[in-house]
Ligand binder design. Structure first.
Ligand code: PHE
Length: 348
């Protein structure tokens, strides 16, 4: 009987040497240590042995079991290390290279989906005569709130959970509406129209549709005698360009201190055509674009005379557009840094 144990251990060691994957390891375990494995078979046959023999053999078998289990754990660790090592070897980027050097050094490369959609939108806006503006991520109180008709004590400040700096004067911008003011200051003389894409930051708990860092594209158009009719016509044209088909829209009242009147613009669900589905939560409509007629106080803060000029503003949620376009069901994937995720958008 002891011979049987010895030969079991020898053949175990032989097989272990060739065990280099998790699947093979599982086979090994089943073959030698499993319920229907070789060791169990030997232990079962102990029933026929004398009590004396049973004791020594039982002990030897147990000790062997511990040895084999230890060896298997070692092998498991080694296999896991190789898996991690090979992942590390395959999934890396040299961050010291410039973009173009990196593009040459990797086989597949492509733009992040947010960048793809942002650039497409920029092309659409450029074709409609808009300028494209940029602005700082770190803002002061004035551009993020006060100039947008949200004074210090106004409860509307609580609508946005804000990352403040220790001085309580600076913050990470909570929306791209900051560029409404910066844009008016820069452009000075209406008529003008511009968009401003970029990252915005909110101190929010994250889930499938909320992230602390996300993307907006602000738009503003200032001229003379602009009406809600212009706004509706413009948004409908814009959205038809974006989705490359005619879209139905509807406006609902929405409160934003920097526009009056303010709206939530919904589009008829493109997935079900308005009949009701999971994406539109059976309502037939998807909320897409807050907008409204620019408040006179905001024009004044931007150095524009509200007696002479007026206009509208809107805020596109870029991440939502990206998710609708590509059928991505969790916003957190966008900043996951996962190469497997990004690779799906590789274009070359
Ligand atoms: N800045 C607003 C937000 O982030 C969106 C908005 C932009 C609303 C422009 C109206 C006009 O919620």
């Amino acid at each position: 009987m002891i011979e049987k144990l010895k030969s079991l251990e020898t053949s175990f060691k032989k097989v272990l040497k060739e065990t280099d994957t998790e699947a093979k390891l599982a086979d090994l375990k089943a073959r030698f240590l499993g319920k229907k494995g070789e060791l169990s078979a030997i232990l079962k046959s102990l029933a026929q042995a004398s009590p004396e023999e049973r004791k020594t053999l039982g002990q030897a078998a147990n000790e062997m079991k511990i040895r084999l289990t230890g060896k298997m754990d070692e092998a498991k660790g080694a296999i896991e290390r190789t898996i991690i090592d090979s992942k590390l070897a395959a999934d890396w980027i040299d961050i010291t290279l410039t973009g173009s050097q990196r593009a040459r050094s990797v086989k597949e490369s492509g733009l992040h989906p947010v960048t793809i959609v942002q650039r497409e939108l920029e092309d659409i806006f450029l074709s409609m005569g808009f300028d494209i503006l940029d602005g700082p991520h770190i803002e002061n109180d004035f551009y993020n709130f006060t100039a947008l008709n949200i004074p210090e004590t106004h409860p509307a400040r609580d609508m946005q959970d804000t990352f403040w700096f220790k001085d309580m004067k600076h913050l990470l911008r909570t929306h791209t509406s900051t560029i409404q003011i910066r844009g008016m200051e820069e452009k000075k003389y209406p008529p003008f129209k511009f968009v401003a894409p970029g990252k915005v930051f909110r101190s929010e708990a994250t889930d499938a549709s909320h992230e602390a860092v996300f993307h907006q594209m602000e738009g503003m158009l200032i001229g003379r005698d602009i009406t809600v009719a212009h706004l509706i016509y413009f948004e409908k044209t814009l959205l038809s360009e974006i989705f490359k088909r005619d879209v139905e829209i509807r406006l609902r009242p929405g409160f934003f201190p920097f526009v009056e009147p303010g709206f939530e613009l919904d589009i008829q669900c493109l997935i079900c055509g308005g009949k009701g589905c999971k994406v539109c939560k059976q309502t037939g409509w998807v909320e897409l674009l807050p907008c409204g007629m620019t408040h006179p106080n905001v024009l004044r803060h931007g150095g524009i005379d509200p007696e002479e000029y007026n206009g509208f503003a809107f805020g596109l949620g870029l991440d939502r557009l990206v998710m609708m376009r590509y059928g991505i069901n969790d916003i957190r994937l966008l900043h996951s840094g996962s190469i497997d995720f990004s690779r799906q958008f590789a274009t070359c």
